[in-house]
Design a binder for this molecule. Structure first.
Ligand code: MOS
Length: 705
């Protein structure tokens, strides 16, 4: 593999609102999603798989009777732990399905039904008769759970941190804010539910497992599945040409992907299609754990922080650990000489929690930014001022300088646009008819990340055109479009001269579309390959020459702390008689590096703001601890903000180019929009009503006391 030291990109197309290069395919329905592929893609005469899920939270499958299902028209097979193909134990018990009779959570896959149609498979699944030996379970997150300290938190951060003497500083502090903040279980609800098409074929005497999977990273699916099935990576091919969103829930393979591959193993080559239903997603495809954050802030009377403590309790699954890094933003956000963070997990008999847009930052910054608002109120200063007063010179966690920390500029720009200067000192200062009216602010932050292991290939075609290939996925963000722009600039041609191929493990490896790292990671690889190509082949290469390269590490980058920042402003109206909360105005101002495509970027930031608003007002999954499952498992009982909930909404960004971080000057925008947004709304409801709500969502009952 050639490593190329990258130079900053001379931008021409980058920075412009190129329309989505795949927009036409999408709006005409020509784009095939994971279970829509047909004969043209090698999916011939498929069978359909339906999942049978446990109805108890913990125990054993005592008896499973497939007879009624097998006699149902169209049903071909019922697969359970007694007859499923064997898997190798890779230590991931979420994926190790149908290997024994143990049940670790309600909703776990206990059988698969294969049939000639999806309808038959579903009918068949309902006819599988399963009885269980039930064992006692624990499925409720409470402050008095037994907890343990995980070795690290997502993805590999320190579990605890400590600097200075927090207890002494809190004891000596003139002002103390000491409260518990809570965020609920939330479920990722991308437009396209999880889905997989899988088949096994013989490739010159070697078995190959082929899949179309709705995933945020095709290579990651291979890394999960190949060892489970005892295959070499080259024996698994995963494609994901179009993906209808993920929000993190498609960042790693979940059990249904293994189910599809297992089922296909039994069909003598016939493909299988497995489409997870919306309801099944609430049990099987990940979710955001609920969090309990105990925040203690110590400050002088003017609001200067002397101590910050953030102790987190949350939950994981007994079958697989996932530790949300909820206190991670607290480590770097504000200055204070004494600081402590910790994470403890309750191990429950529940489905495995996972990534959901800004894991860590979203729940953590809700707690921290509401606490900062409380500190401002306690000190009698403006919420903007309390943030200015605690702006650090360097990253408090690492001691490194921030590469580009423009939080205060975001706050000031937002304040100007939101007419913050005319805000009455609150709370409960403004009534408009039946509504209390208030405004609130919160900071946002998200780390800038580039993932290792990316490379790209550039090949010259006829007529000055170029084929550019990388195995990355466009989950609906616009990645296909922005990578086309980046490739065009890197080769100094027009976007229309680029044939971009993505989303196939036969292409050069690419990291997951996660951690807001996609454009940074894949774009840098494309720039590396293009610059290497030009160095090797010059400006007028013969058709058919090619270069594959990855970017060399930049040692200069080691010396900085790379983060993006933002400021979110919200207006809230709280009905004086019903407690209903409306948000007539929501604005985010961001510092995210250079924006590669303003149109698609704006859509990402607005989407993040809507998701934050939705978390603020509505989203909450109710788990019934008696039975262990989420009972609000549809979009009627789990409300996601709809058009009528979103009123005046806007996002803007500071003009900048972060060429230390990436040759494009960009830093990533997928997640920062959700961060701080729920806190801004909560702070606005306090300003409106004088009622301080420290747990999400901000439902009407909170304001009626
Ligand atoms: Mo995002 S939760 O990192 O896919």
């Amino acid at each position: 593999m050639t490593e190329q030291v990258v130079r900053p990109l001379a931008v021409r197309s980058v920075g412009r609102s190129l329309e989505r290069v795949d927009g036409h395919e999408k709006v005409t329905g020509a784009a095939a999603y994971a279970v829509e592929h047909g004969e043209a893609d090698g999916v011939i005469d498929p069978l359909h798989v339906w999942l049978v899920q446990s109805t108890v939270a913990r125990g054993r499958v005592a008896r499973l009777r497939p007879e009624a299902a097998l006699s149902h028209p169209g049903v071909v097979a019922v697969i359970d732990h007694s007859n499923a193909p064997r898997l190798r134990d890779t230590g991931n018990r979420e994926l190790l399905i149908l290997q024994d009779d143990a049940v670790g959570f309600r909703g776990q896959v206990v059988a698969l039904v294969l049939a000639e149609s999806a309808e038959s498979a579903r009918e068949g699944a309902a006819l599988v008769d399963v009885s269980y030996e039930v064992e006692p379970h624990e499925a409720e997150l409470r402050e008095d759970n037994a907890t343990y300290k995980p070795d690290s938190v997502n993805p590999d951060m320190d579990t605890d941190t400590e600097d200075g003497d927090v207890d002494a500083a809190l004891a000596a502090a003139e002002v103390v804010v000491d409260h518990v903040y809570r965020t609920p279980y939330e479920h990722n609800n991308p437009l396209e539910p999880h889905a997989t098409t899988a088949w096994w074929e013989d490739d010159a005497g070697r078995e190959v497992l082929s899949m179309f999977d709705s995933t945020q990273g095709v290579h990651g699916v291979v890394e999960s599945l190949a060892p489970l099935f005892g295959l070499e990576a080259e024996q698994v091919r995963v494609r994901a040409p179009y993906v209808g969103g993920g929000f993190g829930s498609k960042g790693e393979a979940h059990a249904h992907v293994v189910a599809a591959a297992l089922a296909a193993r039994t069909t003598k080559g016939r493909p299988v299609k497995l489409a997870v239903t919306r309801q099944q997603m609430f049990a099987l495809t990940g979710y955001r754990t609920a969090t309990i954050s105990h925040l203690r802030l110590g400050a002088t009377a003017d609001g200067t922080l002397t101590a910050i403590e953030h102790a987190v309790q949350e939950q994981t699954s007994a079958i697989r650990e996932y530790a949300e890094q909820t206190a991670s933003p607290t480590r770097m956000m504000y200055a204070a000489p004494n600081r402590r963070t910790s994470h403890r997990l309750a191990r429950l008999d529940v489905a495995v929690p996972s990534w959901m847009r800004a894991p860590g930052e979203m729940p953590g910054m809700f707690a921290h930014e509401v606490a900062m608002d409380e500190l401002a109120v306690a000190c009698g200063i403006d919420p903007l001022e309390v943030r200015e007063r605690n702006e650090p010179d360097v990253d408090p966690e690492t001691g490194r300088p921030f590469n580009n920390r423009r939080l205060l500029e975001c706050l000031h720009r937002g304040a100007e646009r939101f007419d913050w200067a005319s805000r009455p000192p609150g709370p409960r200062a403004t009534v408009d008819g039946d509504w209390w009216v208030g405004t609130g602010v919160a900071s946002a932050t998200y780390p800038a990340m580039k993932m290792p292991g990316n490379s790209a290939r550039v090949r010259s075609l006829d007529d000055g055109r170029y084929a550019v290939a990388i195995g990355s996925v466009d989950i609906g963000t616009g990645a296909r479009t922005v990578l086309t722009q980046i490739a065009a600039d890197a080769l100094d041609v027009e976007p229309g001269d680029i044939d971009l191929a993505i989303a196939d493990t036969r292409l050069p490896p690419a990291s997951v579309a996660g951690g807001s790292s996609g454009t940074s990671s894949w774009g840098t690889a494309i720039v590396a390959a293009a610059q290497r190509f030009r160095a090797d082949h010059g400006p007028s290469p013969d058709p058919g020459v090619e270069t594959t390269a990855s970017a060399a590490d930049d040692p200069a980058a080691e010396q900085y702390a790379f983060h993006s920042f933002g400021a979110v402003f919200a207006e809230a109206r709280v009905n004086r008689w019903t407690g209903e909360v409306r948000v007539p105005r929501l604005l985010g101002v961001y510092s995210v590096g250079r924006v590669v495509n303003p149109m698609t970027a704006r859509s990402q930031l607005l989407g993040g703001l809507v998701m934050g608003l939705s978390a603020g007002l509505f989203e909450e999954s109710h788990r019934d601890p008696r039975f262990g499952h989420v009972v609000t498992q549809d979009l009627a009982t789990y409300h996601v903000a709809a058009h009528a909930d979103v009123l005046d909404l806007d996002a803007e960004w500071l003009e900048e180019a972060d060429e230390v971080f990436t040759p494009m000057g960009s830093r990533g925008i997928g997640e920062i929009g959700i961060v701080g947004t729920a806190a801004a709304v909560a702070n606005a409801t306090f300003h409106a009503t004088g009622v301080r709500v420290r747990s999400l969502p901000l439902t009407a009952d909170r304001f009626l006391a």
